[in-house]
Ligand binder design. Sequence first.
Ligand code: KMH
Ligand code: ZN
Length: 310
Amino acid sequence: MTQQKVIVTAALTGSAHFPSMSPYLPITPKQIIDEGIRSAEAGAAILHIHVRNPENGMPTPDIDIFREVLTGLKEKTDAVICVSTGGGMGMSTEQRATPVITFKPEMASLNFGSMNFSVFPVAEKIKEWKYPWEKLGMLASEDFIFPNTFKTLREFLAIFAANDTRPELEVYDLGMINNVAFMVGRGHLKLPVHIQFVTGTLGGVPSTVNSLVTLVNAAREAIGPNNFTWSAIGAGRHQMPICSVALAMGGNVRVGLEDNLFVSKGVLARSSAELVGKIVRISKELGLEPAQPDEARKMLGLKGLSGVKY
Ligand code: KMH
Ligand code: ZN
């Protein structure tokens, strides 16, 4: 009997966590590349990529920094690269789409609806700020709406199709499943789709077993049980519990410092690779082997590294 496989994604730095929250959050291209290599060695088949300004750790859409990270990763690992089009607070949709147009990656994230997306309560817990922009940025997120309108989604999907980049649909709430079904119905999205269910962000569904089960069942009803593959993210301290539930339900998982900074209560993870190692151990206990990058490519119908432009 062939061993059942699970795709583990490592999200290395993101844009929602701030440098003052952890000294281990990778900032420079070299740090992000090293984290990617370590995470792939630990069992991640997909690396989810954002970049930051190396001077101050601020999330950036800078295409040259993206290039440096993507080429650096490609030299050392054959892991699938999933570029973020979520970007960071205040980035334009054009800035968010540019990495897909420029690099034609195998995969990129696509956030499937507008929402409040906030981290402002964290500011109360930070005693020392590393960079001057951080406190203001964190507090400003109280008034931030993450814009992903139907027009934006339609335009993004056309860009994804033109560049043969597979969208990973980030779904944070039940209504976003309706959005997926709508875009499928309109012919903007081809079946099967790949969905990343996100629990535990401020602005999205809470991290409960019921949330994940409800989201998956709603997708089965709205899109059809055989019309999507899926993975799950539990933001913050719910990362491992939500990912463990996803494994039990037959889903794939995403871990990493973008989503959670702690490896156990009060203990900062020193690397995304530590979090990958932990979910791989849990997977193996459940009889699941981590998929190799080429196995993940097959499972998700990706074009392969020969189709990318970096
Ligand atoms: N920050 C995560 C909760 C994106 O980059 O497009 C979702 C995410 C969004 O990864
Ligand atoms: Zn991201």
